[in-house]
Write a protein that binds this ligand. Structure first.
Ligand SMILES: NC(=O)c1ccc[n+]([C@@H]2O[C@H](COP(=O)([O-])OP(=O)(O)OC[C@H]3O[C@@H](n4cnc5c(N)ncnc54)[C@H](O)[C@@H]3O)[C@@H](O)[C@H]2O)c1
Length: 363
């Protein structure tokens, strides 16, 4: 394999940010093609970014023998079939969140990935922010101590213009509401730091917008390590913030509150004693900053393919995310506390309503 990975990007919304990130890694990636069913959009993006090939059809990319990676930035309802198509064509695949809408689909992707002998990397770019990476260092070095309680506030603002895009506001094409589309990043950050969830109780409601999907939620979690966590989510906040606050036996970690970069610096880490503060400061003096967001994730993907290790985000991580989503929707609809791991019951097929488009309230 070439040292440089030759990549095509499919979908020209957030896909434009993916292209920019690849272009910031010129020793690692060449963007050879851009694809969108709206071919005029693809042409404009290709022209601006200097990408040589344009297509309106993923099948054409799959037939290009000189491509190593196809990166899917398409609406969520397409992801499952498109990932299978890319792996079957013998390409590595990268795909935006939410990856798919059921544990059954993730498990089928794991089988397809193994059969293809290629890698499938879901996107969770918030992981690579320096603030969260510093917390991870303090946890991994044993400085943070035992986790007690973590709190997440995700308060964003989404109104009619956001839902004007045709694939939104549909269980089939968007896969879910704010839990699936937004809170999943914040939950991945929590699980990345603290580990998996053991138990969940969730309430989800549609309070802000005239839509079928949930736009507010309150979630109570017990983590596998025995610590507790809460998450509140709304799309009706006039002031947008995302905040993580994690309390450990040795320190409290507090993120900044910028809604879309709260995993980046600055975070504060306050020790329980002056001695612990000195240890925190000494540990963080050894922090080695790496690229953040998509660039950080793509750089580590390249390294994994070259050196044979695991990608920085794997299908197992996506399975954990899909499992917590399934558990939250199950809890909200049945008013029950849900334990993980989930059994292979009817929820194994996902949380999308099986008839029609699910009524007006997500519940
Ligand atoms: N990681 C993040 O922070 C982040 C941020 C925004 C969006 N996303 C995710 O990225 C995905 C795309 O969202 P978006 O906001 O860019 O949407 P978008 O509607 O702005 O862009 C999607 C593009 O895909 C194109 N498209 C649709 N079907 C296609 C197909 N079959 N083949 C090729 N192109 C097709 C559309 O024409 C459109 O240009 C979603 O899964 C979304 O949740 C992730």
């Amino acid at each position: 394999m070439n040292a440089k990975l030759r990549v095509a990007v499919v979908g020209c919304g957030i896909g434009r940010q993916h292209i920019a990130a690849y272009r910031n890694l010129p020793d690692h990636y060449d963007v050879l093609a851009v694809c969108d069913v709206n071919v005029d959009k693809a042409r404009a993006v290709a022209r601006d970014a200097g990408v040589p090939r344009v297509s309106a059809d993923l099948s054409e990319l799959c037939a290009m023998s000189d491509l190593d990676v196809i990166d899917l930035c398409t609406p969520p309802g397409f992801h499952f079939a498109q990932i299978l198509q890319v792996l079957a064509a013998g390409k590595h695949c990268i795909c935006e969140k939410p990856l798919v809408g059921s544990l059954r689909e993730v498990d089928e992707l794991m089988v397809a990935e193994a059969r293809a002998g290629k890698r499938m990397m879901p996107i969770f770019q918030y992981r690579f922010g320096h603030g969260l990476q510093k917390l991870k260092l303090l946890i991994d070095k044993g400085v943070a101590g035992r986790a007690y309680v973590s709190n997440i506030d995700l308060a964003w603002r989404r109104r009619a213009e956001y839902y004007a895009v045709p694939w939104r506001n549909s269980w089939e094409t968007e896969l879910g509401g704010t839990l699936t589309g937004h809170a999943i990043h914040a939950l991945d950050m929590l699980m990345y730091a603290i580990g998996p969830v053991k138990n969940v109780f969730a309430r989800a409601k549609t309070l802000v917008n005239p839509i079928r999907l949930e736009d507010c939620a309150a979630v109570s979690l017990e983590m596998a390590d025995g610590s507790l966590a809460t998450m509140s989510v709304t799309l009706g906040s006039a002031v947008e913030i995302t905040r993580h606050r994690l309390c450990f036996s040795n320190l409290v970690a507090e993120s900044n509150t910028r809604p879309y970069t709260n995993s980046h610096d600055p975070w504060t880490f306050t020790g329980d004693t002056p001695e612990l503060q000195a240890l925190i400061d000494q540990t963080l003096a050894g922090f080695d900053p790496q690229p953040e967001r998509f660039e950080g994730q793509f750089l580590l993907f390249h390294k994994a393919l070259q050196q044979g290790g695991e990608p920085p985000v794997t299908l197992s991580d996506a399975r954990r995310a899909v499992e917590i989503l399934t558990a939250m929707y199950k809890s909200a609809r049945t008013n029950q506390d849900i334990s993980l791991p989930l059994p292979k019951d009817e929820w194994y097929n996902g949380w999308r309503p099986t008839t029609g488009d699910g009524g007006t309230v997500a519940g």
